[in-house]
Design a protein around this ligand. Structure first.
Ligand code: ZN
Length: 286
């Protein structure tokens, strides 16, 4: 018993960090500020070693942009072609599909779910996305109604948010490793609350929702905030949180990102919920 315990500790202590690749370079958000913040959030766990692949800027030739996705346990996208940016080259798209289908982890943060409205496989990976012409042809809206997830095919635009504000995130799948042990509801720091996202919504689990209040310009619906999607053998974690650096300083963002990336890499979460995790009544900013 004692030996087994020691061995277990040794394995944790000496396990090589999992390699994570953050992809950025274009985004209608300040990726130059948020990528280093997320890199530090992940490396602070001691579980991950993070590289960054930065695509050429909008308007430049992107044809040679071909990160070696398969060298990584997880690819985290901080990339969006919103506003006339570059769609990844065909070969890079096929590489990425093959990588996730074969068991690679993928994490979509905030505006990454605006990207690539016409790349069907990408939209299957994120399940739902917003803006850039998305509408009923993209797939249903996904809402938490009457204690369960509903897919709503009502015609209309995909993607919207009201005024940035502090809001409550409600855990809906208490058994999932990413959110297991978190308070049932917790306050998130001032951020955009994406609403009305729509897409294929296949193989989707909604782990947490946020109520989009009409008083802040929202929908009056409980909107998906944290999600997982299975794509082939790959695991995808999708968070709508993280518009800017202050939103990323919320312990709720930090911890769910750390746990989401670990789950995408391994299917498990070994990280404990820290004492400073926010509660329903109390924000927690680091
Ligand atoms: Zn935003």
């Amino acid at each position: 018993m004692r030996t087994a315990l020691l061995l277990a500790f040794a394995c944790v202590a000496f396990a090589a960090p999992r390699k994570v690749l953050i992809v950025d370079g274009q985004n209608n958000h300040k990726w130059q500020e948020t990528t280093p913040v997320m890199k530090k959030i992940l490396e602070d766990t001691g579980l991950f070693q993070v590289d960054v692949a930065t695509a050429p800027p909008k308007g430049a030739d992107i044809s040679a942009f071909r990160p070696k996705f398969k060298d990584y346990a997880v690819v985290l996208s901080n990339y969006s072609d919103f506003g006339g940016g570059s769609v990844w080259p065909e070969q890079t798209q096929r590489d990425f599909e093959e990588y996730v289908r074969n068991g690679g982890g993928f994490v979509s943060v905030h505006a990454a779910d605006n990207a690539f409205p016409n790349w069907l496989e990408y939209n299957k990976m994120i399940a739902i996305g917003g803006w850039m012409g998305r509408d009923e042809k993209s797939g249903p809206y996904v809402r938490w109604r009457n204690g369960k997830i509903e897919r709503d095919t009502t015609p209309g635009k995909g993607g919207h948010h009201g005024r940035p504000h502090e809001y409550k995130v409600a855990v809906r799948d208490t058994k999932h490793p990413i959110v297991k042990g978190l308070p049932a509801e917790w306050m998130h720091a001032k951020d955009e609350l994406y609403d009305s996202l729509r897409g294929p919504a296949e193989n989707l689990a909604v782990l947490a929702t946020a109520y989009s209040d009409k008083s802040t310009g929202g929908t009056g619906e409980h909107e998906p905030a944290l999600m997982t999607i299975s794509y082939g053998k790959g695991r995808v974690f999708h968070t709508i949180l993280g518009h800017d650096v202050p939103a990323m300083q919320c312990a709720g963002f930090i911890v769910t990102l750390q746990r989401g990336v670990e789950w995408a890499a391994t299917g498990k979460v070994t990280q404990k919920v820290p004492k400073d995790f926010p509660t329903a009544g109390k924000l927690s900013v680091r």
